[in-house]
Design a protein around this ligand. Structure first.
Ligand code: AMP
Length: 556
């Protein structure tokens, strides 16, 4: 299939806002594709080149795209920057640059989906010296062959932001519609494979039956089961009768696959973080029976207390000098569930049975252990566990229904979390500002936005400039550098990628920001590297918290 057809299709659906119509159009578009095109197109529509758990990545940032566009079109850097500033989108800028490029079309080849895939795979296999140059060369070749509309969507695809409003739900419904299968069935297949490309190909060739046969496999991550907030201990007891109570550890989630001689570890976002945790890999190999998938929490410990969980995320990001980092930030893993055992998935077994299996495969060592669990219907016992966890520096307690199955990707009432209330917001960083004086080399303030789910837009709610240590300011400046879209004086506009957790004293109504709200005295709590942009807090939650402030005042 020609990439042009794909790009032109994107241009058509970009203006459609009805989710029903989007799903119907996509269903029509993908229905008769061959397997390879289908696989690629489904991922590309979501702005993805690989499923999230695949270790491969293009490694192409805004800088390389600028350079490739410069070489391919002859435009200088400031012209490109001006265009990006005017349009607010590197994709639109690329389209415009290609429109004004001299016509030299004679020897250019027509781009196909297969060709784009081939170039992407080559790019992601490049590393080390000279790889940047080769990537630019490959990109230049693509831009030289691209029509303006192809350049627009190619650029957006490389940046992982198609701006089509096509999320997982729409792709799920489109696959369901194309081959006449219930959406729930498609959803289940996705939770298990985490690869909509594969789900689409199976749906096309084998229909509902094929999807039904998909099972959890070693070294392919499963979406994690999530928890709801517990109303109260008494409610939980009333709902569940017997409650399985565990500590809610202050760390971050990991899913550990151990089989066929290797260990793979996935983060909550299902990224492969195996290389960042070599000591856990070694320990799993010696203390866990092979042929299992385990679910747990990794915790960084210092002097017997958990360190803030951002330290673990720092370890996840670390690609070099991992061993040095291991000493500075020592980690333990507490396993609390098992999804696969003895060559088959065990998620449909009740928690109490899974727990027995878990205990039978993990030998507690200092570094890894099975999370302690108490089964009780006594509220006082639950409160005791909860207080123990808080005293040990952890977050609170998890209350689980011992008879419940493991439901991948669901935030259900079978797992309830109990923790002290401190309302913070998780917001996406959209812009920043260089500091002054001795801070002029670091980004010292960050502009934050929440998600308006109706329009899918990110709307600003304020700026945060306090709560950072000097070390963090340096570190985040380096983290954000590759996602700079353009600069204007001291102001920097970022590609929305990173999520900050912030605390604040109050939410105020304010015309200053597009959301209509502003945070008073916002303070940085941490980088939520475990969250995607789509998972940030919504405008609706900001509104609710704003309203809640008055209720709280009235009752005090
Ligand atoms: P939250 O992130 O606030 O929605 O809380 C759910 C998270 O708590 C899970 O994703 C885990 O990372 C974490 N957690 C800590 N201890 C446990 C536990 N014993 N069982 C389940 N999740 C836990």
């Amino acid at each position: 299939m020609l990439f042009k057809n794909f790009a032109e299709f994107c241009a058509v659906i970009e203006d459609i806002s009805s989710t029903l119509e989007l799903a119907a159009r996509i269903a029509d578009f993908i229905k008769d594709m061959d397997d390879d095109d289908l696989y690629n197109v489904v991922l590309f529509l979501m702005g993805k080149v690989y499923p999230p758990w695949d270790e491969r990545e293009l490694g192409v940032g805004v800088g390389l795209i600028y350079e490739a566009l410069r070489v391919a079109t002859g435009a200088n850097k400031s012209k490109i920057e001006n265009l990006v500033r005017d349009t607010g989108d590197l994709g639109l800028a690329a389209e415009e640059l290609l429109q004004t490029k001299k016509q030299l079309t004679l020897f250019e080849e027509e781009l196909t989906i297969a060709k784009i895939r081939e170039v992407f795979d080559t790019m992601s296999s490049l590393s080390g010296e000279g790889s940047q140059k080769r990537k630019i060369r490959l990109l230049v070749d693509l831009y030289v062959s691209a029509t303006p509309v192809e350049a627009k969507y190619l650029t957006r695809l490389i940046l992982g932001e198609m701006r089509l409003g096509v999320g997982e739900g729409i792709i799920r419904d489109a696959i369901a519609k194309a081959w006449n299968i219930e959406s729930d069935m498609v959803e289940r297949a996705y939770m298990i494979t985490n690869d909509f490309g594969r789900v689409a190909v199976v749906a096309k060739n084998e229909g509902r039956k094929g999807l039904e046969k998909l099972r959890i496999e070693l070294h392919i991550p499963v979406k994690m089961m999530l928890a709801q907030v517990a109303e109260s201990i008494d409610e939980a007891v009333k709902e569940m009768g017997n409650v399985a109570v565990e500590w809610k550890f202050d760390g971050t989630r990991v899913q550990v696959h151990w089989g066929n001689g290797k260990v793979t570890i996935y983060s909550r976002r299902l990224e492969n973080v195996t290389k960042a945790l070599p000591e856990i890999v070694d320990e799993v190999k010696t203390s866990v029976k092979e042929g299992v998938i385990l679910d747990g929490e990794v915790v960084a410990m210092k002097d017997n207390r958990p360190m803030p969980f951002q330290h673990i995320l720092r370890r996840f990001r670390r690609k070099y000098e991992v061993r040095k980092m291991m000493e500075r930030i020592p980690v333990n893993v507490h396993f609390f569930d098992i999804l696969y055992h003895g060559g088959k998935e065990v998620i449909d077994l009740p928690l109490e049975k899974r727990r027995k299996l878990l205990e039978s495969v993990v030998e507690n060592s200092g570094r890894i252990s099975v999370a302690k669990q108490v089964i009780t219907s006594d509220a006082a016992v639950i409160e005791k566990v909860y207080n123990e966890a808080l005293n040990a520096g952890h977050e609170g307690a998890m209350l689980k229904n011992p008879r419940s199955a493991y439901i991948p990707g669901k935030r259900g009432k079978h797992w309830l979390k109990l923790k002290p209330v401190m309302e913070t917001l998780d917001l996406v960083v959209i812009a920043g500002e260089w500091g002054e004086g001795k801070r002029s080399h670091v980004i010292s303030s960050y502009e934050l936005a929440c998600l308006d789910p109706v329009t899918g837009k990110l709307v600003p709610v304020g700026k945060v400039a306090t709560g950072f240590t000097d070390e963090e300011l340096e570190e985040y400046t380096e983290l954000f550098r590759p996602v700079i879209e353009y600069e204007e004086g001291k102001k920097i506009v970022f590609q929305p990628k990173y999520v900050f957790e912030v605390a604040y004293q109050e939410i105020q109504k304010s015309p200053k920001y597009e959301s209509g709200y502003a945070l008073r005295f916002p303070r940085f709590i941490g980088l939520r590297d475990d969250k995607n942009v789509e998972e940030v807090d919504t405008l609706e939650r900001v509104e609710r918290l704003y309203e809640g402030q008055f209720k709280a005042r009235k009752t005090t």
